[in-house]
Design a protein around this ligand. Structure first.
Ligand SMILES: NC(=O)c1ccc[n+]([C@@H]2O[C@H](COP(=O)([O-])OP(=O)(O)OC[C@H]3O[C@@H](n4cnc5c(N)ncnc54)[C@H](O)[C@@H]3O)[C@@H](O)[C@H]2O)c1
Length: 255
């Protein structure tokens, strides 16, 4: 029960890493409020949280809309009186090199990936400042650190999340508010459909992704969720501005 008594808000928890984190947070004793736009899968996550014996709630929240993110945070505070953890986890892949990226996709990608982190922090912080404590966790990606082919806007957004994390960690450290970042490598979630269902392409994508990883396999969402629990728990009370890479060794690999 490493999160006993804590209140956590997690965005993008209908599936994948967010869902695995929401369930693990529940198992560790947190009350969990999730925000997403996939109502059906989000309600399923809520049932999974409740199955752990914890309190779970879903609030419909499109993270590209400031009023939705504010509403998500406010409903958590209204229901539970505080917010201890804000896990800004939503992310959506956008493909294309710079010259192939439309203005529309650029703006949308920055808003859903980087803007969502800004909004999550912006609306959680006043409560955390009033409480004198809080832990913010942002999901970036190894693609914010190194280049993969044809991910211009996504890489820019993820790189932005890393530096926004460091900046906020510095600004709010005197207030006992910690801001950390997780950079997953290739993880088997619905974001990568061919990894979830290798039959889609005869296993080619899963095989290619696995071979790129020194540990020779892709990650499971729970392997990222454990890091989120660590950052949310008091055991990381002196850890802030940390960029945690969890990728089976992919970014340490030389040419
Ligand atoms: N899976 C990977 O290989 C991988 C690698 C590196 C980083 N990441 C990052 O991990 C995070 C979680 O991704 P995942 O792999 O679990 O993917 P996922 O597709 O399973 O989860 C993303 C969630 O975000 C929700 N979402 C999408 N747009 C939204 C919006 N506008 N408002 C609210 N919710 C919205 C989706 O409904 C879904 O529940 C993302 O930030 C992603 O960029 C994933």
């Amino acid at each position: 029960m490493r999160l006993k008594g804590k209140v956590a808000v997690i965005t993008g928890a209908a599936t994948g890493i967010g869902r695995a984190s929401a369930v693990l947070f529940g198992r560790e004793g947190a009350s969990v409020v999730i925000g997403d736009v996939n109502d059906e899968e989000a309600e399923h996550t809520v049932r999974m949280i409740r199955d752990t014996g914890a309190k779970g709630t879903y609030v419909r929240c499109d993270v590209t809309r400031a009023s939705d993110v504010e509403g998500l945070v406010e409903s958590a505070v209204r229901a539970h009186g505080r917010i201890d953890v804000m896990f800004n986890n939503v992310g959506v892949n956008f493909y294309g090199k710079v010259h192939e990226t439309t203005e529309e996709d650029w703006t949308r990608c920055l808003s859903v990936n980087l803007g969502s982190v800004f909004r999550g922090m912006k609306y959680a912080l006043p409560h955390m400042l009033a409480q004198g404590s809080g832990s913010i966790i942002n999901t970036a990606s190894v693609q914010g650190l190194v280049a993969f082919e044809s991910f211009a806007a996504y890489a820019a957004a993820k790189g932005g999340i890393i530096q926004l994390t460091r900046q906020a960690a510095y600004d709010y450290a005197p207030h006992n508010i910690r801001v950390n970042c997780i950079c997953p490598g290739a993880v088997r979630t619905p974001m990568n459909p061919e990894m979830m269902d290798p039959a889609l392409d005869g296993g080619a994508r899963l095989e290619r992704s696995s071979q790129r990883v020194p540990m020779r396999r892709v990650g499971e969402p729970e392997e990222i969720a454990h890091a989120a629990v660590y950052f949310g728990a008091d055991e990381s009370a002196w850890t802030t501005g940390h960029i945690m890479v969890i990728d089976g060794g992919q970014v340490v690999k030389g040419p």
